[in-house]
Design a protein around this ligand. Sequence first.
Ligand code: DHE
Length: 584
Amino acid sequence: MKPTTARRRATLLAGAAIALGLAVTGVSAQEKPKDHTDGPAAAYEPSMTTLGQIQVEIPGRKPGDPVMTPEEFQKATTIYFERCAGCHGVLRKGATGKALTTDITRENGFDYLRDFITYGSPAGMPNWGTSGDMTEEDVDMMARYLLLEPPAPPEFGMPQMRDSWKVLVAPEDRPTEKMNDWDIDNLFSVTLRDAGQIALIDGASYEIKAVIDTGYAVHISRISASGRYLFVIGRDAKVNMIDLWMEKPDTVAEIKVGSEARSIETSKMEGWEDKYAIAGSYWPPQYVIMDGDTLEPLKIKSTRGMIFDEQTFHPEPRVAAILSSHYRPEFIVNVKETGKILLVDYSDIKSLKVTEIEAERFLHDGGLDSSQRYFLTAANARNKVAVIDTKEGTLTALIDTEGATPHPGRGANINHPTYGPVWVTSHLGDETVALIGTDPEGNPDHAWKMVQQLYAMGGGSLFVKTHPTSEHLYVDAPLNPDAEVSGSVAVFKVGDLAQEEPEYTVLPIVEWAGIAEGQPRVVQGEFNKEGNEIWFSVWNAANLESAIVVVDDKTLEMKHVIKDERLITPTGKFNVYNTRADVY
Ligand code: DHE
């Protein structure tokens, strides 16, 4: 099938709960009270699957405690960490969702809790009962569980990190030059989510050069500034450091930095290339600076502290995206629940200086503008994008994206025919795509304003992508409940953006992949080094066939389909050059 052109303003999403991270199939709500909503934005919350595996005991019982067996308490804890902690917090003190501490739950009582879990709420609580995601017995158990004190998962400090730390090949035993004939700059590190592996795929021949075991449910890969070392982090907070110079690239060091994590980055400032790595975790709420050659943990900093505006204590502010500055020896660290962006100066980690910028709560992901001076990041539950000037170390702007739950990934930088350089984000909760001016020198009237809103295929978008040599802007929608939409990608022609309501072309990626079984979702475009092709993951259930579809950026036609039985649940793809040079 050829790409088709469309101009469609899809309606807002409602009535579909997608438990991502747990399963890739959508579940329709039944008998839902009319005003209750549970779209993807509500369900796309952290799922603490690793924490869900820890063994817990019922904390000291109080008079009036509901009856609960240790087995039920264990099962309820697993469900709570996987499905509820993302919004309500591991310690139940609240995050995007309300606090569920026993002073509140006991006052509300069992019947209220049971009904709330069953039907959800207009504020975003999914209808776990009527959607069929939880059985009546499970709902009953969860309501009793919430009347008991929560278990506190263990901390993870230096002794635990050092116990887990392994240098498999010491720096002095590694090659002094590249020992393989791979074009490592055009290599893709592809997350094989449910296999706990990454695949290294050659960008020219599409050959899978290696499959390497990593942590559980790998989240992202990042590359050292030199392009030699690949860092991979799993949801279980395991970091693998892979040496791409070895004859057969493999892990040379590994460490566990906590129980739940999502982010990893390396030092990129001139003079500091490959010197440090940093990883941030959801639990415990902290980040750790490590040696860039060995992953030796050097400095752990807790992110517990005051919420930026209320100045009240938050016990578990998670570390979301981390980015390396090109202007100063600093890591930029998003602290989700306190709404602070930290500039962590790594030039002297014994006297660590951290600039704490007040931004907005629920910071998630983001990336640099095309000049690489400004960091734009979504405070997603507040529908805002914060802009940090990485040169001056200050907050430049807070912009309302006028859409529901911006989710940019690292965003996309296009050269707009009217507004010049703009940075783009799509949204989880609706079909809008926000374009933000990023050129205070050349286009001062448009800088740090939302200059245009586009309408793509529908809500449930996670990632946008372009390349400096491309004339296209790609928008995915993997969380859209409609299989046709979640299986396609919308493409806008940058030159057409001066039109009043620009059309987009729909690429039927799943159809091109030739996969009939399951409901695979098309996720995260990633360009090759040259910028003439873009790769999309066709992410199916673990027991079904998945694929990667390569699209010709000039013709928008399918160029190649990578299929292999080792390609289990491919999600993120990270081209070595584009990732290390921050090209997007
Ligand atoms: Fe991600 C990036 C957190 C679910 C694929 N994801 C990120 C980042 C964070 C994050 C904080 C930014 C890292 C950085 O730049 O340093 N993601 C979370 C969650 O908390 C959430 C909502 C639920 C969870 O429990 O993890 C979540 N993410 C998903 C998925 O379901 C995806 C689609 C598949 C998967 O891996 O489970 C997914 N996230 C990705 C990808 C990136 C990412 C591919 C990197 C995008 C990029 O271009 O850099």
